[in-house]
Write a protein that binds this ligand. Structure first.
Ligand code: NAP
Length: 328
């Protein structure tokens, strides 16, 4: 390597708002970059991100970091924001691009992990797994009874997938393997998915009317915010199961809580919340919900692959001007 290139590389400063899983430190070190990161196991507040990332050439951000105009304006040297997530609704992407900062995400590698989480929530809701666990720990089990904690079977039931993209399709294939009929909504037809699973495309209103399980997999953007409105919730089949592993703001969560409380919806599984990390305390009072702490992609393998992808996006862009996974 020529000294010129080497010194160019050594001048690059990378900041990550968290310590990531896997080999991201080695990746930057072996490429000759100066990496610094938040070593504490907590999210940074905006002022800390601004202060810590001011001089960086590239930054790795978490989905919980709000990268708005103020943060972007403070990034004087930054040329790339590599979000450690497939969703990037936490970043003002238009503004970043207007400042010649490219934004990347981590598509594809967290598909199965997130679909498995949706599947786990569906099974937990249908068979009252979390409720059963609490019941046991409370010492309430006195023996097998014919009507103890009856759930609902899934074979032959209809799974409605809202957003048949990478994760929605993976979830649909898993649900199909359980013997479920598959409906989906998307912007466009998915002929291969239809061929593989017998899935049929529906408009949202028809999908929710026909589905026994509804699982949300659209990205959060202006076309999907509050997509699952009160009106759509009213159209859902009585006794259905609702799963959200996408983003909290896609649903009218308050209205959904009312429908769960009234027993109109049998059960709901949440990995994501409206106004996260705040969680509506009413959810804690409901027996018929399963609550996860946004762990859709949380497997060791997936998180290591996400760290690698985010790091490689930065290195590729700073060295060649080509980002591997630009969001546009
Ligand atoms: P993707 O491949 O881009 O799929 C998104 C799907 O949504 C596409 O099929 C798209 O349809 C559809 N869609 C978009 N807008 C729509 C609308 N208005 N109406 C109906 N369908 C619409 O994304 P992905 O990789 O599957 O990820 C989906 C989302 O999951 C992410 O954006 C993220 O928010 C969330 N996620 C959560 C976790 C977690 O930890 N819980 C982990 C990973 C991802 P077309 O294909 O026809 O355009």
């Amino acid at each position: 390597m020529s000294d010129k290139i080497k010194s160019f590389k050594l001048s690059k400063n990378i900041y990550s708002t968290a310590r990531l899983h896997g080999s991201f430190e080695e990746i930057f070190k072996s490429a000759g970059y100066n990496l610094s990161f938040n070593t504490e196991e907590r999210l940074l507040i905006k002022e800390e991100i601004i202060s810590n990332a001011r001089e960086c050439d590239g930054i790795i951000t978490l989905l919980a970091d709000k990268i708005d105009r103020e943060v972007i304006d403070s990034l004087k040297n930054c040329r790339i924001i590599a979000n450690y997530a497939v969703g990037y609704n936490n970043i003002d992407v238009d503004y970043a691009y207007s400042k010649n900062i490219v934004v990347t995400n981590t598509p594809g590698i967290l598909t199965e992990a997130t679909a498995e989480t949706a599947l786990a929530l569906m099974l937990a809701c249908a068979r009252r797994i979390a409720e059963g666990d609490k019941f046991m720990r409370a010492g309430k089990f006195t023996g097998w009874m014919p009507s103890l904690m009856l759930g609902t079977g899934l074979k032959g039931k209809t799974a409605g997938i809202i957003g048949a993209g990478r994760i929605g399709i993976a979830f649909g294939e898993m649900a199909s393997a359980l013997g479920m009929k598959i409906l989906y909504s998307a912007n466009s037809d998915k002929p291969e998915f239809e061929k593989k699973t017998g899935a049929s495309r529906r408009q949202l209103r028809d999908l929710v009317k026909e589905s026994d399980v509804i699982s949300v997999h659209v990205p959060l953007n202006e076309s999907t915010r509050h997509m699952i409105s009160g009106e759509i919730i009213d159209l859902m089949k009585p006794g259905c199961i609702f799963i959200n592993t996408a983003r909290g703001e896609i649903t009218d969560e308050k209205y959904l809580i009312g429908a769960l409380r009234a027993g109109k919806i049998f059960s709901a599984g949440f990995d994501v919340y409206y106004g996260e990390p705040q969680v509506n305390p009413e959810l804690y009072e409901l027996e018929n919900v399963v609550l996860l702490p946004h762990i859709g992609s949380a497997t060791s393998e997936t998180r290591a692959a996400m760290a690698k992808m985010a790091s490689e996006n930065i290195i590729s862009y700073l060295e060649t001007g080509r980002a591997l996974n630009p969001v546009r």
